[in-house]
Design a protein around this ligand. Structure first.
Ligand SMILES: [Zn+2]
Length: 95
């Protein structure tokens, strides 16, 4: 009788493990990790966006034109136009 009860308890436990409740817990953990990952991606995106904009200047119609993009001592990027070179006339000889 007691042995049967124990077996029944084990079966119930297995059912809980295999149930959707248990997989919901896993999903919730995965989701919170995903949220954290998205947050980190946002930070990286800001940096990537800043770097992406570093050698481009926004012009009308939402277009961009390429500029020098050499990082200056003040942390800004050189916005001088380029001509047949990745950098402006000031920086192209300094690379
Ligand atoms: Zn420059």
């Amino acid at each position: 009788m007691a042995e049967n009860q124990e077996r029944a308890e084990n079966k119930k436990l297995n059912n809980i493990i295999n149930s959707s409740c248990y997989s919901n817990i896993i999903t919730m953990q995965t989701r919170s990790q995903t949220t954290r990952a998205e947050f980190e991606v946002n930070i990286d995106f800001d940096e990537a966006s800043r770097l992406w904009n570093s050698n481009k200047k926004k012009i009308k119609n939402g277009c961009y034109e390429y500029v020098c993009g050499k990082q200056l001592q003040n942390g800004e990027f050189c916005k001088k136009k380029t001509k047949n070179s990745p950098f402006c006339f000031v920086h192209k000889n300094k690379m």
